[in-house]
Design a protein around this ligand. Structure first.
Ligand SMILES: NC(=O)c1ccc[n+]([C@@H]2O[C@H](COP(=O)([O-])OP(=O)(O)OC[C@H]3O[C@@H](n4cnc5c(N)ncnc54)[C@H](OP(=O)(O)O)[C@@H]3O)[C@@H](O)[C@H]2O)c1
Length: 287
């Protein structure tokens, strides 16, 4: 067990105040077919990535009913059930799929309820530790969408509630219906348009889960803006992108996605990458 690689300096975050998670998690969106549709080309490889993540000390895995759809949750169960006691699986609902790369928000309460029930069944659990509204459906009052999740929480089927792709006003509005413990928005070194939401999350001790933490691989690819800095630092570009996020705010919980054990190991090792103040400032000025 190489837990030490995850504990410093990435550290832990108390999700919802009562679930300690290593800040560097794993995003399970890349273990499905192309366009996040259907089965992966290498199912055994996907299972191996999930098992290796847990072996390396990752105890925060992000997924969604819509990844596949269903494929990612099914794989998590196949690879990891019965789950380690400290493993936090965060899933999401509220997007329907009509084909590869097609995502349509549906936030009608009856649909959200069905999806929570189906995620419980697929994952093989009695309660979902973190259930995130994947998208706010503009055609349904936010209070009704979050209200249904609150009802499911009151019934013991959801432990904590989170949101995805929202602004601070929506977090406040949702917070009048239920306690919101996390927000999952697009954020990385090269795209910081949700900086105000991050500041809001930090002020309110809400976890900010940045999706596309390595810009879907662009920050790690040949020609990345991080190439020179990585060479100088003795780390890889992906590791610098993740170390920068861990350093940017204590409420950031990056969930890099990969279908490769090699990339997973490289990404997990980023939790131990230390940046000096000067290095952090240099990276911040890059993109
Ligand atoms: N809430 C939302 O709306 C939303 C939207 C998108 C994603 N998400 C969540 O966020 C997670 C992360 O997003 P993401 O997976 O799309 O993007 P990402 O983590 O920024 O990048 C993943 C891509 O980078 C590549 N990669 C990963 N590690 C690498 C490394 N060390 N070196 C080189 N390439 C590397 C992967 O390819 P390989 O497979 O070849 O490694 C993959 O193509 C998802 O898994 C999902 O859980 C949420």
């Amino acid at each position: 067990m190489t837990d030490a690689r995850l504990t410093a300096p990435g550290g832990t975050f108390q999700l919802g105040g009562d679930l300690p998670v290593h800040r560097l998690g794993y995003g399970a969106m890349q273990i499905t077919g192309k366009g996040i549709w259907g089965e992966p080309s290498d199912r055994a490889g996907a299972v191996a990535v999930l098992r290796r993540a847990v072996e390396l000390g990752v105890n925060f895995i992000d997924t969604a009913d819509s990844y596949g759809p269903y494929v990612s949750e099914d794989l998590i169960r196949e690879a990891l059930h019965p789950y380690p006691a400290d493993l936090v699986i965060a899933t999401k609902g509220g997007l329907v799929r009509t084909g590869p790369d097609k995502w349509i928000p549906v936030g009608r309460p009856a649909y959200l309820r069905q999806q929570v029930e189906m995620s419980l069944r697929r994952l093989g659990i009695d309660r979902i530790d973190l259930y995130q509204l994947h998208r706010v459906d503009p055609d349904v009052p936010l209070a009704d969408q979050v209200g249904e999740l609150k009802a499911l929480q009151d019934e013991g089927k959801i432990r904590h509630i989170g949101l995805s792709e929202v602004d601070s006003a929506q977090i406040e509005e949702a917070g009048r219906t239920a306690r919101i413990v996390s927000v999952q928005n697009l954020f990385n070194l090269a795209d910081r348009h949700h900086e105000a939401v991050l500041d809001y999350a930090e002020r309110n001790d809400i976890a900010f889960i940045p999706w596309f933490p390595i810009a879907t691989g662009q920050l790690a690819a040949p020609g990345s803006v991080l190439e020179d800095a990585a060479e100088k630092h003795g780390s890889s570009p992906a590791q610098l992108a993740l170390a920068w996020l861990l350093r940017r705010s204590p409420v950031l919980l990056p969930i890099p996605g990969t279908s490769s054990v090699g990339h997973l190991e490289e990404n997990v090792a980023a939790a131990a990458v230390e940046l000096s103040d000067a290095e952090y400032d240099e990276l911040s000025a890059l993109a």
